[in-house]
Every structure is written in C-alpha cells, then in structure tokens.
Design a protein around this ligand. Structure first.
Ligand SMILES: [Zn+2]
Length: 271
C-alpha cells in the first residue's frame, strides 16, 4: 500500500485505505488529475477450476495473438501492477482472445461515449490487444463483481464493465476520486495468472464538470484503462500513470513501453 504525491488542500486526508475482500488483498492507490484522484483494486490469486463459478476454459481462444503491440523504444517510467505471484513479473490479458467491454450508459455526459471509444481504441493500439465493444448493459459497478455471470453475459468471462457512477452508488468514488480501474486475474494449475475481466468506474459528477476540456476527461479514462490492462502508478511526472498528473493528457514514452509489454502477455487457453 502506498500513497502517491504530496498533500493538497483538496485531499482533506483522503489517504489510501484498504478494502477487505473475500480471500484477496486489495491494493488501493490514489491519482489526481487537477485535484482528482482515482483508486484501483489489484485482485488476486484464486485457483481456477472449471465449474459453476467459471466458464469453460479457452472461450474464443485463438492459437496466436490477435494483434501485435507496436514496436516502441524501451523506456523507464512504467510499472506493472504488483503481481501476486512472485515468479511472474506482470499479469496481463490473454492476447489470443478479444477483450470484450460493455458500458452502462446511465448518466453519461454528452460526448462521454465517444471519449470512451477513443480511449479504448488508443489502449488497443498501444497494446495490440483486440477490444470488442459488446454494447450497453444494466450492470452496475461493484467491488465484489462476479467475473463469471452466465445469466447476463453467457458462458464466458464477463466483459470489462465501464460505468458512469457516483459516490452514492460506489462509495470509493467519494470525495475527489475521478475514477477507478482494475482487473481480476485467474489461473489454471501450473499456468500463469491472466486477467479475465475488469472494471472502469467513472465519477460522473467530477467528469461532467470537465467536459469543456474533453482531452482531460479522455486522459482520466486512458489512465483507468491502463490500470485495467496492468499498469501501476509511477513516480515520473511526465507519464500519464504518474500519481499526481496535471496537464498530461496522453500516454508518454514510459506508459507506451509498459503498455506494449502488457500486450505481449502469454496466451492461456486453460483459463
Ligand atoms: Zn491511477
């Protein structure tokens, strides 16, 4: 656990806090775009066993990655989310299958959907991961979201869920938090951990007030999506994944180096 950056008057003691969850450790962190913060949760190891709580393994898995990350110069200035498996440096999505995503559009500010689609396209380009938009959903955000919901999404891992929300619905958005982003990992025996689904939870009151600067709202979404695909905060103020970014509205060299590596994860059809 750690807190990023110094204190500002707007933070009013909003230090990190741990969120208990069943059998897993949650890592919370803070980030700020002009005065705004985010949190993300790093979910963790749970043995994967195909059963009622998991889909059949290998849904949509191809034999080769569906895309290729761009060739970028290696650069400092990125960090992967802490891996719960000591022998595994990074946890990533399986590049041999698409990353499905859905949106609960309720309360979205005008233009919000376009910013989302632009941000997803940018993360897709930066990782080589293929994202597939599955349309809208009525599912709301939850810190205890079930990653397999066959009644709602069929016999596959639930898609990445993007919601426009607020603190009344999701208490972790209270105060100056602009968004939350993170993913859930699973593993099959003897196989690497792999992300199977994730969430981006956006604080509508914060972001609706920033829509006159759409590049700043897009930056928040990019930042949260970068958490979803596996990037952690860094100490380099020129990166979008810096803890206290002000004025950085796109991925910088370190962000891009990390995203390219996260797009070259291992294919794990056993999950
Ligand atoms: Zn963040």
């Amino acid at each position: 656990m750690r807190e990023h950056g110094g204190t500002t008057p707007r933070r009013r003691g909003r230090a990190w806090r741990a969120t208990p969850a069943v059998g897993i450790a949650l890592l919370a962190a803070l980030w700020c775009l002009p005065g705004l913060l985010d949190r993300y949760a790093l979910p963790v190891v749970r043995p994967y066993l195909p059963n009622a709580s998991a889909p059949p393994p290998g849904v949509e898995a191809s034999r080769a990655p569906l895309g290729t990350p761009p060739v970028v110069a290696d650069a400092d200035g990125y960090r992967f989310m802490d891996s719960p498996a000591p022998e595994q440096e990074m946890v990533a999505y399986d590049p041999c299958r698409p990353v499905h995503w859905v949106v609960r559009p309720d309360g979205a500010p005008p233009g919000g959907q376009q910013l989302l689609e632009e941000a997803v396209a940018e993360v897709s380009a930066a990782t080589g991961l293929r994202f597939v938009y599955d349309g809208t959903t009525t599912e709301g955000p939850s810190a205890q979201r079930e990653p397999y919901q066959p009644e709602r999404y069929g016999r596959r891992w639930a898609p990445v869920l993007v919601t426009w929300s607020d603190a009344a619905e999701h208490p972790d958005l209270a105060g100056d938090v602009a968004g939350l982003g993170g993913s859930t990992a699973r593993r099959a025996p003897e196989e690497p951990l792999v992300y199977v689904t994730g969430q981006v939870t956006l604080d509508t009151p914060s972001l609706a007030g920033m829509m006159q600067r759409p590049e700043s709202v897009r930056a928040v979404i990019l930042h949260e999506l970068a958490h979803v695909v596996g990037l952690d905060h860094v100490d380099d103020p020129e990166q979008l994944l810096y803890g206290d970014t002000v004025g950085v509205t796109g991925f910088a060299a370190g962000d891009r180096a990390g995203l390219a590596r996260l797009g070259a994860g291992q294919c794990v059809p056993q999950v």
